[in-house]
Design a protein around this ligand. Structure first.
Ligand code: UFG
Length: 334
């Protein structure tokens, strides 16, 4: 027990981790960012954070960071390979590396007596059969990973379960649905970009000719996949609430989304309205690993932690992303 003052954030140069690092600093925590810059950007790390370029495969480098910051009280673990589609083509990159890197981190934490952990988990745990697709997904739904990516996150959840039992690790796993949106100084910049909203906005910026819709023959209202988009700042806020409740929670899983699903076509339509650009779309084949419908029930985290999203609607999420992309047409290269 004790007060949490310093938080180590892996993947803190990435899209979600860099927003969480900012919100932690604003809430008065000290922050140590660890990132290998595989997808992250040095410019995304807040200047007030301590910074270490470290790959989680390198346990000794990680030990040096913990030795340099013996006052770290908790870890938020964002660093991982995160692409559903890529994981279907390169399963071992996900099944092995996401697991091994998380185990390395946890091993070094235990060596240093750090026993508080928050995991970025995923909605890809819930590739449910059609009879389940009418209701929002609660934490009680069966775990059926949709891809090696989702499976790798499930592996890590199981590791946490056992370290809770064997070592008293306190952890919260936050199963995000589709992170989207931006802060004015912190947005989504992947290379290559694979996510729907930034790709659609790149069409609006004239950087791409069109968006390809991955399949229009799903059993949904317009045939395209339904997703629950959640603003990255609301996600980051959930991490802070989880951190503050960690000592009393012990071990918890929360699904995190707004509880409203939008089809791929509805996302494109929203972006057309916001940007005023026609955003041409063509239909392509399905992308392997994509579940048809993913909509969260976040009742548990609302009830237990008082989480309340500030951006509950797609319009405000896409608008915040558009403002960032317009101001940073080349991402962090500016
Ligand atoms: N899509 C397209 N065309 C594109 C890109 C995406 O039609 O060019 C579709 C996808 O098929 C999917 C939807 O838009 O139906 C959203 O796709 P994203 O790639 O933006 O997001 P995902 O749903 O694949 O993945 C995100 C996170 C994962 C997480 C997953 C859980 O990136 O880490 O949500 O659903 F596991």
């Amino acid at each position: 027990m004790g007060t949490i003052r310093k938080v180590l954030v892996t993947g803190g140069a990435g899209y979600i981790g860099s927003v969480a690092a900012r919100l932690l600093l604003r809430a008065g925590y000290a922050v140590v960012v660890v990132d290998n810059l595989y997808q992250g950007h040095r410019a995304a790390v807040p200047p007030q954070a301590h910074w270490a370029r470290v790959d989680l495969a390198d346990k000794n480098a990680l030990r040096a960071v913990f030795a340099q910051h013996p006052d770290v009280d908790a870890v938020m673990h964002f660093a991982a390979y995160t692409l559903v589609g890529e994981s279907m083509a390169q399963p071992l990159k996900y099944l092995r590396d996401n697991l091994v890197n998380a185990c390395n981190l946890l091993e070094v934490m235990l060596e240093h007596g750090v026993l508080r952990f928050i995991l970025s988990s995923t909605a890809n745990l819930f590739d449910l059969p059609p009879e389940h697709q009418d209701q929002p997904i609660t934490e009680e739904f069966p775990i059926i990973p949709g891809s090696p990516y989702g499976e790798s996150k499930f592996f890590v959840e199981r590791v946490l379960h056992w370290l809770h039992r064997t070592h008293g690790l306190k952890y919260v796993s936050l199963r995000y649905f589709n992170a989207a949106g931006a802060l004015p100084d912190c947005g989504e910049d992947h290379d290559p970009e694979t996510h729907l909203i930034p790709l659609v906005l790149q069409v609006a910026l004239g950087q791409r000719s069109h968006i390809t819709i991955f399949g229009d023959d799903y059993p949904t209202r317009d045939g395209t996949c339904v997703r629950d988009y959640i603003h990255v700042a609301d996600l980051a806020q959930a991490h802070i609430l989880a951190l503050e409740a960690l000592d009393t929670l012990g071990a918890r899983h929360y699904n995190l989304g707004n509880g409203t699903g939008y089809t791929v076509k509805e996302v494109i339509e929203t972006a057309r309205r916001i940007t005023g650009h026609p955003i041409p779309a063509v239909i392509g084949p399905r992308r392997p690993g994509d579940p048809a419908v993913l909509v969260a029930s976040s009742e548990r985290i609302r009830r237990e932690l008082g989480w309340a999203p500030q951006y509950p609607d797609l319009e405000s999420i896409v608008r915040s992303a558009w403002e960032w992309h317009r101001a940073h047409p080349n991402g962090y290269e500016d």
